[in-house]
Design a protein around this ligand. Structure first.
Ligand code: GLN
Length: 542
């Protein structure tokens, strides 16, 4: 069975379209259907790899090394279908393919146009995802942007064509809108009416409306919306503001029978729903006790989305350890400026200090010395420290500078001329001008050494996680670093690259060269995040 659901948004952005699409995916999976998620992004960038995390949030990395929009992270947290670069479609990719084909003369002299050539390419890419696996039942396609935007028109047109070609029993349109509150508790449906009109102008009659509203809509309001929009009132749902966690949204929709209405409209016989993992997750959420404060020392702190998967993974780990995780976002340049790390991180800090430190991934020099200070501080004060990618490299630099006493030790990313390049490019990378091509990206196997924190977390020697970096632990310094006590506890399969480093004689100090946050789920936290928070909880003594 191959069914398609297009999720579009109206009125304004940031209504939680990604969460709505993912939640629907979670519900259909809960009923035993095989779901694939696709994001269409109207921007011209070919992928998110070149986008600044300051502006666009994190780059989500897939197993095959795709550098994709962070919405794929939502899909990964809510659903379990495989995600690869094929699940992220951008205007840039579509035009790139069409223009390349035009140059190769594959359009046989015809005039190449938005319709049909661009729209055909969009449809082909969506259909390709549905065919990747013969077992796929439903493909949920989220179209980025807001209806009415110039950029998203070709994607909406492709959706319209697919509805027309495959029939309304096979392709469903779910439209997300806003019901704002005006004055005292007065809910306004007019923006929704206009938003549906905008969809109709594109030739798409939404089958389902998901209305973002402060509270659950009353029956009368739903009937009014139905009357004005041609959507049945039983297909008007409320995505009300949950004051618990976004991970409750699947259950909010389940209670309103969103999945049943969707399946009925698609002519699919409903199956038994098993949402046990979601209910137990909420049980854990409702039984959190105590709090740990995690200092995240990084450079893109102004935009929450820059470290989205890291923050989510910390939350998941809190659920598993039944403890609230408070995020204390520390701009590393703040630490760089001060002589006294204690005033920022310790009990003497204005906000009472942190119970554990996490240094996440990042690129570029700004704030690096502040991160090194954070690492040294956690090491000396025996506070749990978790270094991810750049955060592991920071541990290595700290060790070289502050334990071995090599004051100039650095990564060649930050200082080309250091005599102690403890983190550097591999030799065969050095001359490559096109840096984009030299990145270690996507899934790699790491082997965990026995008796390590790394092994203890996964309870397995062979670990598969995703990478996104250029620089590596420099092998020339392996001996001196380990002789001084740094433990190397993870390697690539051929042992040529270091994947994990640890502090001994410390409650929990671990750095990994990969990004475990990408595989963490609310229903199953990443093992490393889980153990990090467990260690923080233990050292804190609660
Ligand atoms: N800038 C570092 C590198 O390229 C770390 C990258 C990261 O943290 N993702 O190796």
């Amino acid at each position: 069975m191959n069914k398609f659901i297009f999720v579009t948004g109206g009125v304004c952005s940031s209504l939680g379209k990604g969460v709505a699409a993912s939640s629907l995916g979670a519900l259909l999976e809960g009923r035993g259907f095989n779901v694939r998620m696709v994001k269409c992004d109207p921007y011209i960038n070919v992928d998110a790899g070149t986008m600044s995390p300051y502006q666009h949030g994190e780059v989500y990395v897939t197993d095959d090394g795709g550098e994709t929009d962070l919405d794929l992270g939502n899909y990964a947290r809510f659903t379990s279908g495989p995600l690869s670069r094929a699940n992220s479609i951008t205007t840039g990719q579509v035009y790139e393919t069409v223009i390349r084909k035009e140059r190769e003369g594959r359009y046989l002299g015809r005039c190449v146009q938005v319709i049909p050539h661009i729209t055909d390419e969009i449809k082909n890419r969506i259909l390709a995802v549905s065919k990747e696996d013969a077992d796929t039942d439903v493909v949920i396609v989220e179209i980025g942007g807001t209806v009415g935007d110039i950029e998203s028109i070709p994607f909406l047109e492709a959706a319209r064509q697919l509805i027309h070609e495959l029939g309304r029993e096979n392709v469903l349109s779910a439209h997300l809108t806003l019901i704002p509150e005006v004055g005292e508790g007065e809910l306004k449906t007019k923006p929704t009416q206009h938003s549906v009109k905008a969809m109709q102008e594109q030739g798409i009659q939404p089958d389902v409306l998901i209305c973002r509203a402060p509270v659950m809509l009353e029956e009368a309001t739903r009937r009014k919306i139905a009357l004005f929009t041609n959507v049945e009132s039983e297909a008007v749902f409320t995505s009300y503001n949950v004051d618990t966690t976004i991970y409750e949204v699947p259950l909010v929709f389940f209670d309103q029978k969103l999945d049943q209405v969707v399946l009925k409209k698609l002519g699919v016989e409903s199956r038994h729903a098993n949402l046990k993992p979601w209910y137990s997750m909420m049980e854990r959420f409702n039984s959190l006790s105590g709090k740990v404060r995690i200092g995240i020392v990084g450079k893109y702190m102004d935009l929450h989305d820059s470290y989205k998967s890291v923050f989510e993974a910390l939350f998941h780990a809190g659920l598993e350890n039944r403890v609230e995780v408070e995020l204390v976002k520390i701009d590393s340049s703040r630490l760089e400026e001060t002589e006294d790390a204690d005033a920022v991180l310790g009990a003497s800090a204005a906000d009472g200090g942190v119970d554990g430190i996490l240094v996440p991934g990042g690129f570029g020099q700004r704030g690096i010395n502040g991160m090194v200070k954070a690492s040294a501080w956690a090491r000396k004060n025996k506070l749990p420290y978790f270094g991810i990618c750049l955060g592991m490299q920071i541990m290595v630099i700290d060790w070289a500078r502050n334990v071995l006493g090599w004051e100039d030790a650095d990564s060649t990313e930050f200082n080309q001329d250091t005599k102690h390049p403890v983190v550097s490019l591999l030799e065969d990378q050095v001359d490559v001008k096109n840096y984009g091509g030299t990145m270690r990206l996507g899934k790699w196997i790491s082997l965990a050494e026995p008796n390590s924190l790394f092994f203890a977390a996964y309870k397995e020697k062979t670990v598969s996680e995703r990478h996104r970096h250029r620089y590596e632990f420099a092998n020339t310094f392996r001996k001196e670093m380990t002789d001084a006590g740094l433990q190397l506890t993870g390697f690539t399969e051929d042992k040529s690259l270091v994947e994990a480093v640890e502090w001994s004689d410390h409650p929990w100090g671990l750095g990994v060269q990969f990004h475990p946050e990408f595989k963490s789920k609310p229903t199953a936290a990443s093992p490393l995040f889980r153990d990090f928070i467990a260690a923080v909880k233990k050292t804190k003594g609660n």
